[in-house]
Design a protein around this ligand. Sequence first.
Ligand code: ATP
Length: 437
Amino acid sequence: MSTNKNENTMDKLVSLCKRRGYIFQSSEIYGGINSCWDYGPMGVELKKNIKEFWWKSMISSREDVEGLDTSILMHPKIWEASGHVDSFTDPLVDCKNCKKRFREDMVEGNKCPNCGGELTDTRQFNLMFKTNMGPVEDEASIVYLRPETAQGIYANFLNVQKSSRQKIPFGIGQIGKAFRNEITPGNFIFRTREFEQMEMQYFVKPDTDREWMDYWKEERMYWYVNLGIRKDKLRLHEHSSDELAHYAKTAFDIQYNFPFGWQELEGIHNRSDFDLKQHIKYSGKDLSYFNEATRDRFVPYIIETSAGCDRTLLTTLIDAYTEEEVRGEKRVVLKLSSHIAPLKIGVFPLVKRDGMPELARKVTDSLRKKTMVFYDESGAIGRRYRRQDEIGTPFCVTIDSESLENSTVTVRDRDTMEQLRVNIDKLNSFIGEKLRD
Ligand code: ATP
């Protein structure tokens, strides 16, 4: 029963995303390509706002974290050192009957979840995408699409530390694409083969790793709440020893209660000195840190906060999706926090005559200097409100006949649907205040 209801929520969200220009299936005109998605005009704004919020909280508002943008293709030895060539695998089983593939840890018993058929023995499947660099396709030309952004940070640890003159503890963050040839992608943009990560690696003295782990767990949880996600839908989950990745000493996931269950949003890992030591070994370069004050040299421990941008975006949409009954009719509204909503204000002339469109255009131009505004004069006013409700636009400004007489407009609040009359001269500051709330 509840599964149907939950599947329903996802179906409704997928259809809203298409209808309102948030997310489209990639290559749709050719029948689509599995697990790849494109962000439309609204989606790209929402994604940009989430990334900006992350960048501001994690990097530009802090003195102890630097930004970085490293390339997707890196020296193939990076992935030997990191352990990805040997260990970045998932256990794969095939159904002998219907030929479907599953991640072994997602299957109960030895029966195919699709048809009940017999499953093959488990094989380890490497999740890295391989390609070739240069015109000759041979073993020597193999490069990988990075499966995480973290390694670009480790490889540049000393470049960043020396050029920025940071002292430990300090962090390096970056946002960028990562690729994993997932066996079972799905749940819309939750698990895809191409996605964006927002990762920060914090370099600390070895015996201070526990306290920094606690610090970042708290900071990151708080970030999601500030993003506007409901607190009661978030929790921390500690990895048991059999869940730990090969590099991790301890690990926590921040999880969200999705319609398909509690799932990871972000991983917070104590990676110890594993990564830097591996790169020292494989590159032959000394990546240790020298503390001028105490004259001691050590290989830092790393606390990693690794978030998925697309997964966070999906969470904001699911968390914001609301159906209400208003005067006997269903209203669908995305109650996105105003700081991440793609559009902030819709401006409408009540009717397309009597000088209302002209005045509405003027109002639009003056608001647009400060924020994202959408002008709409077509169709019944109720439909225009409903469209902005579905997009999640926090305010709608309507120019009516009274506006022409006394230079006031109505401002409608998306969540309460209350309308207030505001003088046009005061509109910018009135909405500015509300958007800051
Ligand atoms: P899972 O166990 O779900 O496969 P993971 O533990 O491998 O995830 P990490 O390697 O910790 O994930 O990646 C950090 C973050 O990157 C995840 O919390 C998630 O937000 C995001 N992420 C990882 N894989 C994907 C994917 N295939 N699609 C979308 N986002 C992803």
